[in-house]
Structures are given as C-alpha cells and as structure tokens.
Design a protein around this ligand. Sequence first.
Ligand code: SAM
Length: 277
Amino acid sequence: MTSPVDLPPLREVIREHGLSASKALGQNFLFDSQLLARIAAIPGDLTDRPVLEIGPGPGGLTRALLAAGARVTAIERDRRCIPALAQLGEAYPGRLTLIEGDALAIDMPGLFDEAPAIVANLPYNVGTALLVSWLSADWLPWWRSLTLMFQREVAERIVAKPGSDAYGRLAILSQWRSHARIAMPVHRSAFTPPPKVMSAVVHITPTEAPDDICPAKLEAITAAAFGQRRKMLRQSLKCVPGALDALEALSIDPTRRAETLSIDDYVAIARQLQPIA
Ligand code: SAM
C-alpha cells in the first residue's frame, strides 16, 4: 500500500466533471471504497507492479489500484472521464498512464515490457469479447492475471464444471490452460445506476498449456459438440473430420452428450485430429 492520498469523494468528481452514467457506454459505476479495495486485492500484491485497467470511468477502481501500489495504465473510451482521471494521475505522480480510446482497437501487449495484471469492470459485451481474445492468444500470454467483473451468469459459465448447464465452450476456453474462479459475488445495488442482474468478479491465471495441442482444433471440436449440445456426440461431431475415430480410439461412448465430457477429454480428442489449415 502507498501512503493515503487526499482525494475528493468520487460523487463530487462526477458532479464536477458532469459524468452522468451513459447507458450507451455500459456505465455502471462503483463508489464503495472498501469494495473497490477488496477487488484491487484479488490479483495479490501489486506493489510496483504493472496493471492494465480497461474502462476506469471516473476512477473508483483506479484509486484502489493506485493505493495498492500499482503502476496503472488505463484505457478509457469516454473522453468526458479523461480530465477527472488526469487529476487522479497528478495525485500519484508517474504512476498512472492514461490512454483515451477503444480497448477493442488498441494493441495492448505492445504497451508493456513486463506482464501486467489486467483488472476491469466493463460493459459485459466488451468484457466477454476481450476475455475471448485474451484467452485465444499465444501462450504463455502477455498478461499475468485477469480480474474481471461479469454478470453472474457469465461468470458461472466461465468457471463451470462438466455436467452442469453452464458448462460449454467458454468454460473450456477459460480452463484448458488457466485456473478460473469466482473471487467475489457483487450485488447489483453496489453499482450506480444498478444493473438488472447480479455480478461477480472472476480471477483467471494462466498455466502451462499442453504443447501438442493446436487451439484451433480444440475450438473446432467444442464448437461442433456444444453447437448441438442436446444431441449425441456421434451426431454433433459428424462434421469434424476424424472426430468419430478419435472417440473410438479414446473409448469415449459416442452416445454421450457434449456436457458430460471433461476438459481433458476434449483436449485428448483435439490431440487426435488432423491439423486444421
Ligand atoms: N471502472 C469504473 C467503475 O468500476 O466504477 C467504470 C465501470 S463502467 C461499468 C465501464 C467503463 O468502461 C465506462 O467508463 C465506459 O466508458 C468504459 N468503456 C466501455 N467500453 C469501452 C471500450 N471499448 N474501451 C475502453 N473503455 C470502455
């Protein structure tokens, strides 16, 4: 933790800079400093560590990250927030780098010499698109961990285990070479304005990937299996060349359904497939 810095209350910052929440930008702000400090603690000790925050808005989470000792790079699309964030940067000289722009269009790995912890409370559609791109990139990834707010139903899909309704492509993508857990449920009333649904913070850390698996093969097999999740595998996997032979070679019963196979089963099937061009 760095020494406390005197800052005006967030609600005052919002009033002063006219930052009424924009629905179009998916803005639901967090003001509770204790809750924000708990979220900032999820990635572990941030003292002098690089953190990439996407969508800082008026800067509540940014404050908590700076107070935890992080060096923060923040990407915010809403230019109304930039002057308020610049004031926060003045309170923590040399520790906050601001980038105004759309995180979906910025070369993020190019911003860092050392792998950052990524932390974000984003609109759910933007958060999911970024998560999929981060998990699909080359391994080991350019980031150290992901600490991301999602609507609770999406968080449950990320950490889901075989046999559950929530288990599917997102669970497999999130867990075949990472640990993923729900670090904290967050009640809708914690946000201003409150969204319709409950939220949860997910924490993901990368692990070594099996080095003989091409992610495209795993994607092909899980897309086919869960594209028709109520069908038996012998039907849903028909369209993937070599998949039915792989089931036989692995002694996986082709009358099973997609959600009954473990992540290791999918990895083993992908390993048996011919290279995908
Ligand atoms: N982090 C703040 C908090 O917790 O109070 C604000 C959270 S608000 C849910 C999401 C923020 O992400 C908004 O400030 C919004 O302008 C920003 N945002 C939305 N889409 C973005 C994008 N594509 N790139 C960067 N920022 C984005």
